[in-house]
Design a protein around this ligand. Sequence first.
Ligand SMILES: O=c1ccn([C@H]2C[C@H](O)[C@@H](COP(=O)(O)OP(=O)(O)OP(=O)(O)O)O2)c(=O)[nH]1
Ligand SMILES: [Mg+2]
Length: 157
Amino acid sequence: MTAASTTAPTLGIIRLEHSKGLELPSYETAGASGMDLRAAVAEDRQIVLLPGRRTLVPTGLIFEIPHGYEVQIRPRSGLAAKFGITCLNTPGTIDSDYRGEVKVLLINLGDEDFRIERGMRIAQAVLAPVAHAQIEERSTVSETARGAGGFGSTGHA
Ligand SMILES: O=c1ccn([C@H]2C[C@H](O)[C@@H](COP(=O)(O)OP(=O)(O)OP(=O)(O)O)O2)c(=O)[nH]1
Ligand SMILES: [Mg+2]
């Protein structure tokens, strides 16, 4: 299912040899924020992720991200809640000028071994607008009610 319209930005995708036969990333529902990404591990080379360990999982995909956007790689909450599997560097950043294979850095924060099989939906990719700031060095910044308060300064409840 997709919410894409003709005005939606285009994400170009190359499928590398090891992802041939796997479904392209797609939105599972019309309002989904992310497209699920599938593990492009070989059928006979499943990854067993031991508790506390991390691994870089290939997707077999190269993206051409439209100008003014990035792709964020985010964990799937189901894997996190059920198995303690998440992305170590969440959200992973895919720069719009990156032309290498997109990979997903998973970590097992659960208590059990986790088997990553070919085609498993391991994470989701969110296309998001990104702005480049103009950097302006200053000697002062404007005053606010918060000031320098942070890290719990407004209380906990
Ligand atoms: O989860 C991720 C994160 C990054 N990348 C790729 C695409 C991204 O454009 C590139 C660089 O990522 P990042 O800027 O987060 O890493 P870095 O440590 O700053 O590396 P670099 O010096 O190459 O920018 O690595 C992935 O495939 N998956
Ligand atoms: Mg970087």
